[in-house]
Design a protein around this ligand. Structure first.
Ligand code: C2E
Ligand code: MG
Ligand code: MG
Length: 887
């Protein structure tokens, strides 16, 4: 991967994070927007009132009608609204123009506004249970419209004396403008509240609204005229007014009935004409959802003879629809049982849909799908979208009609099709089980099946099955830097190129992750396979354009041909895997042909590695301690913890044989912690019962451990748990490990030293340490590798290096420890060179803690007879070294 790309990847991730945050904030915003809008309307109304309406003179009228009558009129008009539904929203028409127009003529403007506010306010607040936002908006809107009406009316007409044509026109104009503005405001509020934008429906709503307004207004003008000239005859108007009102109701209910009929008709058409069951069912559900203005519509087909799964189909208002989906297990709630028994649709209290979908359910209608054989399923409709309304009994009957239609369609003639559908579904499931959904390639199971099939057959033409396995060398980097979506895209592109590298008869598969395989036929010389491998390396080695970035990955390819007649598919695939591993180890972007000897080594390592993990759990890893001795006093100042594996068959396995493996597999982390905490526990216990000075504890730390982000915490945990004094702990790190990733390493080592823990450079001299590094690194102790401990009887040349190291250590202020002292001559030499501490078989071998006392006693005995070891008593060293040996 070209690393410069990561910046853009990060930017796009940040973009996504911002987007989700915005989406989380949004649901709170629409309500606030409507509040704001309402406030603007109310403020506008007040402003106009103060600036214009306030100064308008009252009109002299022949009779005075008390304002409470108007307030009641406004209230009644509000209650008896006629609702027309437009999908998610309902729109109401009322007779409010009636009191409004009469009021314009008979009330002083301010009183007019007051009575309107009082009447509608009381009706809305106490009798219509509206949501506060909606209530606020409605009141503000009414007030605004009323103020507007007054202004328009007074502007167009000059209401002096008896109303004349000009005043009539003024009333019509005012009513029409009021309707238009009000409709517009309502559409705006709905849009602001997050509903579907309403402006497309605006003309339709205005048209209908103006028609109603004009009819109401003319009736109201008749009333005005009568009140002006012959008030006592006003009762004559009661009949046309009531008729008009009833007519509205009748119109709307007719219209709804018509709509329902239309919907039922449409649904039967859907069922009859859709070619496929899943399409038909989904269309029907979409239709039902719209028809009932519901959040969800679901069809659940119960398991029946021949079909062992329940099948669910769902249509959702806010989300993708779901085609026929088999359910593993459905739980029929008792309420639903009773619907099935009674074979009748009903309202049901549910926590989840009959098909098991979790959602907040306010109201649900369920209708059984009744076929000839009984109830075959259920049709469910959940949650009315329009606020403040709910499903009615009429809706329930309608759902039942729909369910009957659907059940008949399911049984008649279409049942066969639905069975066919099911078998297709099963096939689809099988296909899905054997193919990778991303690349559509066969997956590991199908590939193994195909290999096995091929192995079972002998083509007799001298060719043999060959498995080629390959994976992308840097796929993980792509995933980590560009994200998983980019990784997926890359895999698809890779798949295309792989297809281009193969012949028609070759079978490609994706085994998982970035691992692909090909099955082909080849002669024993493997010429074709090698050619395919070369092509793959060449083709996949080029750049890929992923998310508009050039990405480079390589492949390592392993080739394995069948060997022997009884080879299984698994073995063949594993052999190709081994070959791929070899190719990777040899430096990637190349191929390797399976070689059984390599195989044996890898298998052995694999097995050992697996065993090691188990051994850790079984407590087979034990800690030995080797004393570290003062060269001058002969006193033991500390021990080094050295791990051993007490293997059931192989006996005591030395660390050199498994530390590397543990580092590779990551088991070293657990192993290292185990050693450190065991050793600390043992040494603390030892120090508690010992009368001599407390021993320090040196623990070897692998570079893998050091690189763990929580390494410091792990050390702290051991210190806390064992109560080991940090100044007694020495961590031994090899020089090569120290210089890797140096900045981070230095930081960790420094932090450890702040706690009092000391750092030793282990096996000094065997790595490539440079003097500069050595100065920079926070170390306290230098351990001279045993390679630099020369033979005891040799002349000085061999010791020159050792002498330099000791001097170097002294100059840098480090304590020096010589490792691997086996002979008295070596000891004497090192002491003369000024080495402070020593460690080696001469003093003691590493022993379990239980034998440490014996080992130390033996050493002391010798010192008591001959001062310090190395003072000439050769017998002592031999005894101590052999008396306590590892077992
Ligand atoms: P090391 O840290 O340099 O440990 C000293 C090695 O020298 C030990 O080998 C010890 O048994 C051996 N030795 C001590 N005195 C003499 C002597 O007089 N003559 C000879 N020939 N050898 C002597 P051992 O125990 O086999 O450990 C080998 C290496 O394995 C250690 O080298 C250390 O690097 C690693 N190791 C041991 N235990 C652990 C552990 O718990 N964690 C990690 N990460 N590495 C460990
Ligand atoms: Mg060591
Ligand atoms: Mg060492």
């Amino acid at each position: 991967v070209v690393p410069a790309r990561t910046g853009a990847a990060r930017a796009s991730r940040v973009g996504a994070a911002v987007r989700t945050r915005v989406q989380r904030v949004l649901p709170a915003t629409p309500g606030a927007l409507v509040w704001l809008f309402s406030a603007v309307l109310a403020a506008g109304a007040l402003a106009i009132d103060l600036l214009i309406v306030h100064g308008l003179p009252a009109v002299r009228t022949p009779i005075e009608i008390p304002w409470p009558i108007f307030a009641v009129g406004f209230g009644l008009a509000e209650l008896k609204v006629v609702e027309v539904h437009f999908r998610r929203e309902s729109h109401a028409f009322s007779l409010s123009e009636f009191p409004a127009i009469i009021g314009l003529f008979f009330l002083p403007p301010q009183i007019y506004l007051l009575s309107l506010l009082a009447g509608t306010g009381i009706a809305l607040i106490f009798l219509s249970y509206q949501h506060p936002v909606k209530l606020a908006f409605n009141l503000a809107n009414y007030l605004f419209i009323a103020v507007l009406t007054v202004v328009v009316f007074r502007f167009v007409g000059t209401p002096e004396g008896a109303p004349a044509l000009r005043e009539y026109m003024a009333a019509f104009v005012a009513a029409a403008i009021a309707t238009v503005v009000s409709t517009f405001n309502i559409a705006a509020a709905i849009t602001l509240s997050g509903g579907a934008p309403q402006f497309k429906k605006l003309p339709e709503m205005i048209q209908f609204g103006v028609l109603v307004a004009v009819a109401n207004t003319s009736l109201a003008l008749l009333a005005v005229t009568i009140l002006w000239t012959a008030p006592s005859s006003i009762w004559l108007l009661a009949i046309p007014a009531a008729t008009l009102f009833l007519a509205y109701g009748a119109y709307v209910s007719e219209r709804e009935k018509h709509e329902r009929l239309e919907l039922v008709y449409q649904s039967s058409r859907i069922l009859q004409h859709s070619p496929e069951l899943d399409v038909a069912l989904l269309a029907l559900l979409d239709h039902a959802r719209m028809m009932f203005r519901a959040e969800l519509a679901e069809a659940l087909l119960l398991p029946s003879s021949g079909v062992d799964h329940a099948l669910r189909t769902t249509s959702l208002q806010d989300g993708p629809s779901e085609g026929i989906t088999p359910l593993d297990d459905v739980h029929i709630e008792p309420e639903l049982e009773s619907i099935i028994e009674r074979r009748q649709a009903d309202f049901v209290d549910l926590l989840r849909t009959p098909g098991g979908r979790e959602m907040p359910i306010r109201q649900a209608m369920v209708a059984p799908l009744v076929g000839e054989s009984g109830v075959v399923g259920m049709l469910t409709v959940v949650n009315r979208l329009t606020e403040g309304t709910s499903f009615s009994h009429e809706d329930l009957r309608l759902l039942e009609t729909l369910a009957n239609q659907a059940a008949i369609a399911l049984e008649n003639g279409q049942l066969e099709q639905s069975l066919a559908e099911l078998s297709r579904l099963k096939e689809q499931l099988r296909y899905q089980a054997f193919h990778d959904p991303l690349t559509d390639l066969p997956n590991r199971s199908l590939f193994a099946e195909q290999v096995a099939e091929r192995l079972a057959r002998d083509d007799g033409d001298g060719t043999q099955p060959v498995v080629i396995l390959f994976d992308l060398d840097d796929f993980k980097t792509v995933n980590d830097t560009l994200g998983h979506a980019a990784g997926d895209e890359l895999l698809v592109l890779v798949t295309d190129r792989v297809r281009g590298c193969l012949r028609e008869t070759d079978l490609a598969a994706r085994l998982g992750g970035d691992e692909f395989a090909v099955l082909l036929e080849d002669e024993p010389a493997l010429l074709d396979s090698v050619q395919v491998a070369r092509r793959l390396i060449h083709e996949l080695g080029g750049t890929f354009l992923v998310h508009n970035k050039d990405v480079v990955v390589g492949v390592s390819v392993g080739i394995a041909m069948r060997r022997g007649q009884d080879q299984t598919a698994d073995e063949l695939i594993r052999n190709a895997d081994v070959a791929m591993y070899t190719a990777k180890a040899a430096g990637k972007r190349r191929f390797a042909v399976f070689d059984p000897t390599v195989h044996a080594a890898i298998i052995a390592r694999h097995e050992l590695s697996a065993e090691l993990t188990k051994a850790l759990g079984r407590g087979e890893l034990v800690v030995h301690h080797q004393p570290i001795v003062s060269m001058n006093s002969g006193e033991t100042v500390g021990v080094e913890a050295l791990v051993r594996w007490r293997h059931a068959v192989r006996g005591l396995v030395p660390p050199d044989e498994f530390i590397g493996l543990a580092e590779e597999s990551g088991a070293i982390i657990q192993l290292g912690r185990h050693v450190m905490s065991e050793a600390a526990r043992e040494v603390v216990a030892w120090n508690r019962q010992s009368k001599t000075r407390a021993l320090s504890l040196s623990v070897n730390v692998s570079v893998v451990q050091l690189q763990q982000p929580d390494f410091l915490e792990a050390v702290d945990a051991v210190l806390a748990e064992s109560e080991l004094d940090p100044s007694l702990l020495v961590l031994e790190i090899t020089e090569t490990a120290m210089f890797r990733d140096s900045r981070e390493t230095i930081r960790k080592l420094e932090a450890l030293r702040e706690r009092g823990v000391r750092i030793a450079i282990d096996d000094f001299g065997t790595g490539y340490s440079s003097l500069t590094y050595l100065r920079k690194f926070p170390a306290d102790i230098l351990k001279i590798a045993k390679e630099f401990i020369g033979p005891a009887d040799h002349d000085s040349d061999e010791w020159a290096f050792t002498a330099t190291m000791i001097t170097l250590g002294r100059m840098l202020g480090l304590q020096t420890v010589a490792e691997g002292i086996e002979e008295e001559g070596q000891f004497a030499r090192l002491r003369d060179l000024g080495c402070e501490l020593g460690q080696g078989y001469l003093f003691a071998r590493p022993v379990v803690i239980g034998e440490l006392a014996t080992a130390l006693r033996l050493m002391r005995q010798d010192t008591s007879t001959g001062a310090v070891p190395g003072s000439g008593n050769a017998a002592f060293q031999l005894r101590s070294a052999s008396a306590v040996s590892e077992s």
